[in-house]
Design a protein around this ligand. Sequence first.
Ligand SMILES: Nc1ncnc2c1ncn2[C@@H]1O[C@H](COP(=O)(O)OP(=O)(O)OP(=O)(O)O)[C@@H](O)[C@H]1O
Length: 351
Amino acid sequence: MITLTGLQKVYHGESGTVIALEEVSLAIKQGEIYGIIGKSGAGKSTLIRCINLLERPTAGKVVVAGQDMTALSEAELREARKSIGMIFQHFNLLSSRTVLENVAFPLEIAGVKRAEWEKKVLPLLELVGLSDKKDVYPAQLSGGQKQRVGIARALASQPKVLLCDEATSALDPQTTESILTLLRDINKKLGLTIVLITHEMHVIKAICDQVAVIEGGQLVETGKVFDVFTKPKSATAREFIKAVVNNKLPEALAEVLSETPVAGGNLVVRLSFFGAATNEPVIAGLIRRFAIDVNIISGNIDHLQDTPYGTLLIELSGAQDDIQNALNYLQAIDLETEVIGYVARHAYAAG
Ligand SMILES: Nc1ncnc2c1ncn2[C@@H]1O[C@H](COP(=O)(O)OP(=O)(O)OP(=O)(O)O)[C@@H](O)[C@H]1O
């Protein structure tokens, strides 16, 4: 649905030349929710605005729904933009127009008469849950309701693609969740392709199928959200993931943990489970097979796109050979095993 090839954007500002995008290439399939995550100044806004050519790339190609956007005339571009809706962090509503009139605005501009646009706008207000607010002005709405108006307005010209520019960044966590749920529903109901930019990993985790991590104008990692979450390759992705996956060691353990083996001490291991492995009785298997004690220090199970994944922090105590055999066993089965460190016997809970 969207293909970006070798995209480059150079700004020549007062403070000099800025390369905002460098050799960005990515492909977004129809019906996908594609998230682009990066820190402030990474190039996210520039990238998403290059998709509808609000920003003209310095070099590279933008193809949306089979159309080469960079090759279009201004008039053709205006027409092509009808199939690309956009919503914004600060909603960009017209304060002197009611909710109904805001949603109708793109249709009015396109010359559609009121009797005609009402037939389109009223169902959209219902879709976003704002039928009862159709005659109120934006000032009387909450942030979440304003964004619902923004979404309905973006859908008015029946786009194939919806671009979301930090659409939930100005909203509280609960409202963010309701807007993300609405976006997911619209994606499912209308088969709409959604591209969103964000600096928050929980947004990616909540609704995206695919993710691209952008840093200094370059994509440093792309892939399925599940793969990037469970096996991040770049330091930036790892850093973002830390914000939503609690892998912190308990303080009492961190204080006594040694990176090097402690004579006669216990081994601390983090197990990461993905998908089906979460159903395996791993701990029971360990105790049955080896003459060791297993102490569970902490654990959590979460879901990513309905696939369970989790981590378990355990302490193994026993004779060195038995511990090594247990470790070999863990490493041979279908889960990720990471030796976190060593603790002296009796230094921590397992004793
Ligand atoms: N019109 C402009 N003129 C000059 N430089 C610009 C312009 N727009 C953006 N930049 C620069 O390009 C780089 C990328 O900016 P961009 O706004 O795309 O980043 P971002 O990831 O969206 O950041 P934020 O999350 O803070 O909005 C930054 O260094 C920014 O200062």
